[in-house]
Write a protein that binds this ligand. Structure first.
Ligand SMILES: [Ca+2]
Ligand SMILES: [Ca+2]
Ligand SMILES: [Ca+2]
Length: 371
C-alpha cells in the first residue's frame, strides 16, 4: 500500500498532565493549505495520487475542506499524515486516542446504486502498516467498524447529504476500539492488541460514484484513567530535589498498576492509573523510605486524594531498617560528597552530609519493616 516514509513537523501540543493532548489537527484552511491536490501539502500523503482535493464548494467550517471524487478512485483510497512522534501507550500518560473528522457523503440520484464508504482508518505502524481498526459509513446510511478479521455493522445510521462527526475511539488501556457517529456510540466494539498509533487515514471505498468531503480532522489523546494525588510526608527529609518513587495499586495480592512517580520536596505527587473504579491498597516506596501501604482506598472516576507518612532509613534497600543500614551510615559518617567514604544513600536527610541526624534516623527507626 503506502511505502513512502518521511519526516514531518507536527502540531504536537504539550499540555498539562492528564489533559487532552492534540496529536494533530487541521481544518484544511488557508494559508496552510492551497486549492488543489492534497498530495504533499503539510506532510499529507495521498495513496496512488487519488483525487483528494482542497476546495471551497462544500465546507463544514472555515472556508476550505477536503473533497474526494470516488469516480476515478481505486478500490480503497487513502489520505494520511504520519504522526511524529508516534503515539505510544507505554510512554503516554493518556491511554485513549480519539480520531475524528467531519465527513459528508453526497448521494447521487443519477446512480442510485452508488454508495461509497467513507471514514477513518487507524494504523499502528508507519508508514501505514498494521491496520488497527476503522469506522465507516456509506450513502445508504449504514455504519460499521472493521479490522483485519471482523466487519461489524451497527444499527446506528448516518444519512447522506449531511455532515457527520465520525469518531474512532481507541482505548489502549483496555485494548478496545469503539466508534461514534455524531456523538452516538455505535454499540459495537473490536479488540485490538496494539500499543502504538502512527497515523489515521481519511479513507474511502468507492462503490459507484459519490463525492465525499472531509473537514475538521482531529487526533488527540485523552485520559480516561483515575487520577491519584496527595501528599507523602517524607520523614527526616531536608533535601531540595524531587524524589523518584514508585506507587503500586493492588487488589489483594494482585498488582493492578505500577507507576513511577515524582514526589516534590513538599511531598506532593499526582499520577493517573488505568485501574477501574474500586477499592484497592495503594503502596508507596522509594529512595530510602520504607514501603507504606494505604489500605482500602476507594478509587472513583476523577481525582482521588491519598496521603500518608513515609518512614526513612533504608540506606541498603531491602525494605527494612536494620544493622546493614546502621553499618552503611557509620561507614560514611562525617562524609560530604567530595569525601572518599561518601555514600549518597547514607545521607538519609539529603542535606549533603552524613552526620548525627542520619544516624538518629537509623536508631529511631531501627528494626522497622516496610509494608
Ligand atoms: Ca475547514
Ligand atoms: Ca535496609
Ligand atoms: Ca544528612
Amino acid at each position: 500500500m503506502k511505502k513512502i516514509s518521511f519526516c514531518i513537523a507536527v502540531f504536537l501540543t504539550a499540555s498539562a498532565s492528564f489533559a487532552d493532548t492534540t496529536i494533530y489537527s487541521t481544518g484544511f484552511e488557508s494559508p496552510s493549505f492551497v486549492f488543489g491536490s492534497l498530495q504533499g501539502q503539510q506532510g499529507w500523503f495521498v495513496d496512488a495520487d487519488y483525487p483528494y482535493n482542497v476546495q471551497s464548494a462544500r465546507v463544514f467550517a472555515g472556508s476550505r475542506a477536503l473533497s474526494y471524487d470516488t469516480a476515478p478512485g481505486g478500490p480503497d483510497a487513502y489520505a494520511y499524515k504520519s504522526f511524529a512522534p508516534t503515539y505510544n501507550s507505554a510512554t503516554s500518560a493518556e491511554k485513549t486516542v480519539v480520531a475524528s473528522s467531519q465527513i459528508f457523503i453526497q448521494s447521487n440520484p443519477e446512480f442510485p446504486d452508488s454508495y461509497s464508504w467513507a471514514g477513518l482508518n487507524a494504523y499502528s505502524g508507519a508508514p501505514n502498516i498494521a491496520n488497527i481498526v476503522n469506522i465507516e459509513f456509506d450513502a445508504s446510511g449504514a455504519c460499521k467498524l472493521t479490522n483485519t478479521f471482523n466487519e461489524i455493522f451497527s444499527t446506528v445510521t448516518a444519512a447522506p447529504d449531511a455532515w457527520h462527526n465520525v469518531e474512532l475511539v481507541l482505548n489502549f488501556a483496555t485494548g478496545t476500539a469503539r466508534g461514534k457517529i455524531d456523538g452516538v456510540d455505535l454499540g459495537i466494539s473490536l479488540s485490538f492488541p496494539e500499543t502504538t498509533l502512527a497515523d489515521v487515514d481519511l479513507v474511502s471505498r468507492p462503490y459507484g460514484y459519490n463525492m465525499v468531503y472531509f473537514d475538521n480532522y482531529l487526533v488527540k489523546s485523552i485520559s480516561t484513567g483515575l487520577t491519584v494525588s496527595g501528599t507523602l510526608t517524607l520523614g527526616n527529609f531536608s533535601g531540595s530535589t524531587a524524589q523518584a518513587m514508585t506507587a503500586v495499586i493492588k487488589s489483594g495480592s494482585t498488582v493492578v498498576d505500577t507507576k513511577a512517580i515524582s514526589v516534590a520536596t513538599n511531598g506532593s505527587y499526582s499520577f493517573t492509573t488505568s485501574a477501574a473504579p474500586g477499592t484497592y491498597d495503594v503502596y508507596f516506596q522509594g529512595v530510602t523510605w520504607l514501603a507504606k501501604k494505604v489500605s482500602g482506598v476507594n478509587l472513583v472516576a476523577g481525582t482521588n486524594t491519598v496521603s500518608t507518612t513515609l518512614l526513612n532509613g533504608d540506606t541498603v534497600l531491602d525494605n527494612t531498617v536494620d544493622l546493614s543500614d546502621y553499618t552503611a551510615v557509620i561507614t560514611a559518617f562525617n562524609a560530604i560528597p567530595s569525601s572518599g567514604n561518601w555514600n549518597a544513600r547514607a545521607d538519609l536527610t539529603q542535606d549533603g552530609v552524613v552526620d548525627l541526624t542520619d544516624y538518629t534516623v537509623i536508631v529511631t527507626n531501627f528494626n522497622s519493616i516496610g509494608n
